[in-house]
Structures are given as structure tokens and as C-alpha cells.
Design a protein around this ligand. Structure first.
Ligand SMILES: [Zn+2]
Length: 389
């Protein structure tokens, strides 16, 4: 959390810094009183008053008497972010569907839509046209436009300009998605890797809130990982970090499209889950999830024993390398039976030095589920907005 501005900063810099800190606090943690802002941000009462007055004059926040009163005396006013004052577009491009949402200041969902891609074109030009058309529909319904957009893509994304370098499961290579959407939507557009945005979502609004070091691992068709280290996303060279799914866990395993053999993704991705469940590899997502949920959660061993072994094998390395306090399992992994997750936890703890050193690395299912990447895309869009409005 951003604290008091450093001494010696110019007054306008200090004002901007404080304004961003207050707005960010209200956006991520919800309404609170001026007194709470004073305590949490380490600023004095007159500074908070000036910032809140300024934000209220701009229509970004409103002040209201709280409905529940405790104790005697004058009630402290609640400062509330105003959702319609700054609305962003969030887009989650998955292999089988595209989901879109309008998200207001404070994180309120103000509209959403989605469409299936199964059996349909995944050509970038057609997808971009559909995203732009759907944005028009959503903003017309809401009666206002968006100030920025964030897009999640299952592939390697160049951070500075949103070029999708490679998204093999979409068959996208060198697609200038950020530039094209910026030109079509006429607002700043930021694009991120899906697992990176899943991590951002869990860290800002989900189960990893308040946790400085965490890993988000998700299986869609592929497997990706996002890492938060010391409260910041690890992005690697040009933002390409995240290909944890291509860590080789089984050198004599199946060939992977990436050129290696026995990648983690080939052992724990959607196709591997289908094989473990005795389903064809192209089984529809809904059927795979239903089959997972129907497993007898009380019986071990079961059909997912080998799958659990490979999931744990990769996780041991991830935990040893990154030393996360928490690993969040997202997307298709959220449908895993609790006994399988418990089994994986046990193996990781038994084989990871780091897990033993910290008394057991937490491994949990994502509470945001399939919305995690949409939430992360919205937060990616909000980051520069909070400092600019
Ligand atoms: Zn691979």
C-alpha cells in the first residue's frame, strides 16, 4: 500500500501521489471513513480532507452517513468510490470463449457478455471486430463509455505494446493486439498474459490479498503461471515470464508443440485431465468439469492419482524456486476434488525444502474461479487510470 509521500517532493507531485493513494485504497478495499484513511495512509487529517474534497468535486467519490451508527456523537462520514465515474473494459480471450465485462471504480461489475469460440474462427481480425462491436453494445446499455481497457490472452505478451508474440492454442503469432484495439476503441489498452492477470486478480481482490509472495497456476487448454514477488508482478524479460507449463517434468514424456518433450502442460493440462478421466482429449469443457465434480471425493486411490503426482512434481520445483507463501490453483484446476488437492499438498510438503522451512506452503483453489482473468484484466486497465483521473 502506498504511504506518505517522501519529504522534499514538489507540492504538485505530493498532491498527485496522495490523491492516487486515496483513490487506490478506496478502489481496492472499499468505502471507509476519513479517519481510517488517515490511519492507513499515514497522512494528516487536513491532507485527507483536501484530497477527499478534491475527489468529491471531480465526482470520483461521494460521502455518506453510514447506515449503522456505533456510540454517541457525530457519525464519521463514509467515503465511497463512485463506480460510474471511471469505467474500464475487461476482456478475457480464452481458447474456447471470449468473456467481456465493464468494471467501475471500486470493482463493481456494470455489465458483461461472452461468446463461444468452439468451432468458430479465432482469426485475430474477426475477434477484434467482435470485441469492438460487443464493447459498443455494453457501453450503450450502460449509457457511458470506457476510459481504458485490459485484455487477458493465453500466450506470451510483450509488455510495452501488447504484441501477442505467441498464443499457440489460439494459433496467434505476432498479433499487434494492443495497437489494434487501441486504434479501434480510442482508449489506452493494456494486454497481459492470462496467468499473470490471474495472479494480479487474486493478489488485489482474491485469496492472496495481503500476501506478498504468491504463485497463480492455471490450466485452460494450456498451463500457465503468474508470480507476485514482494507485492509486485514478476514479469521477466519484456514481460514474457509465465511459461511454467513448459517446465520439463518428464524427459521421456509426450512431445509438446513448444519443441520440448514431457512439459508440465502435457502432463497436467486439459488433454491430460481428459486422458486421466478416460475421456477423448477434445471433450467439451463442461463435460470435463462435470466428470471431475462427479468423482467420489472420498476414495483414494482414484483415476487422478498419476495426474496428482505430476501436478505435485512441478509444484515442488515452483515452490522451491519462488518460495511463495501461497499457491493458487485456477481455471480447470478449481474443479479438482478436495481430496486430490489435499493429496498434492501432502506430496509437495514432503518433497519441498521450502515448504518444510515455512511450515507448509499453502495450496488453495482460486475463489475467483473463471472470473479471475477478467478481474485481473480490469485491474491492469485501472492501474494507470488511478494515477491519471
Ligand atoms: Zn512445452
Amino acid at each position: 500500500m502506498t504511504g506518505a509521500v517522501t519529504e522534499g517532493a514538489r507540492p504538485d507531485q505530493a498532491r498527485r501521489h496522495n490523491r492516487t493513494a486515496v483513490l487506490r485504497r478506496l478502489h481496492l478495499d472499499g468505502p471507509c471513513t476519513r479517519a481510517v484513511l488517515v490511519t492507513e495512509l499515514g497522512l494528516n487529517r487536513s491532507t485527507i480532507k483536501a484530497v477527499v474534497d478534491e475527489l468529491a468535486a471531480a465526482g470520483l467519490v461521494a460521502e455518506r452517513v453510514p447506515s449503522m451508527r456505533s456510540g454517541a456523537g457525530r457519525p464519521s462520514l463514509l467515503v465511497l468510490p463512485q463506480p460510474h465515474a471511471a469505467v474500464v473494459l475487461a476482456v478475457d480471450v480464452q481458447v474456447e470463449q471470449v468473456a467481456m465485462a465493464l468494471v467501475g471504480l471500486g470493482g463493481e461489475l456494470l455489465g458483461r457478455c461472452s461468446w463461444k469460440l468452439r468451432g468458430r474462427s479465432r482469426e485475430p481480425v474477426e475477434m477484434i471486430t467482435r470485441i469492438v462491436d460487443s464493447t459498443e453494445m455494453l457501453t450503450e446499455e450502460l449509457g457511458r463509455g470506457v476510459v481504458a481497457a485490459g485484455v487477458s490472452v493465453p500466450g506470451m505478451v510483450r509488455q510495452e505494446d501488447g504484441l501477442v508474440r505467441e498464443a499457440p492454442n489460439l494459433r496467434w503469432f505476432d498479433v499487434p493486439l494492443g495497437q489494434r484495439l487501441t486504434a479501434a476503441l480510442h482508449v489506452p489498452v493494456r494486454v497481459g498474459n492470462d496467468a499473470e492477470l490471474g495472479a494480479l486478480a487474486e493478489h488485489s481482490r482474491g485469496i492472496a490479498k495481503g500476501i506478498s509472495d504468491m504463485v497463480f497456476l492455471a490450466a485452460d487448454v494450456g498451463v500457465g503461471g503468474g508470480v507476485i514477488s514482494a507485492d509486485s508482478p514478476l514479469r521477466g524479460s519484456r514481460g514474457y515470464l509465465g511459461e511454467l507449463g513448459h517446465m520439463v517434468v518428464r524427459p521421456d514424456g509426450r512431445e509438446c508443440y513448444c519443441g520440448a518433450r514431457g512439459c508440465w502442460e502435457t502432463e497436467v493440462g486439459e488433454a491430460a485431465l481428459c486422458r486421466a478421466l478416460g475421456l477423448p482429449e477434445d471433450t467439451a469443457r463442461g463435460v470435463v468439469v462435470a466428470e471431475l465434480r462427479s468423482l467420489d471425493t472420498h476414495s483414494l486411490p482414484g483415476p487422478l492419482d498419476e495426474f496428482a503426482e505430476w501436478l505435485a512434481t512441478g509444484l515442488v520445483t515452483v515452490v522451491n524456486m519462488m518460495a511463495p507463501e501461497l499457491v493458487v490453483l485456477g481455471d480447470l484446476f478449481t474443479a479438482l476434488p478436495a481430496t486430490v488437492v489435499e493429496h498434492v499438498r501432502g506430496i509437495v510438503h514432503a518433497r519441498s525444502l521450502v515448504s518444510r522451512a515455512v511450515g507448509g506452503t499453502r495450496i488453495e483453489i482460486s475463489p475467483l474461479g473463471r472470473d479471475a482473468k477478467l478481474v485481473g484484466a480490469a485491474e491492469l486497465a485501472f492501474e494507470p487510470v488511478l494515477g491519471a483521473v
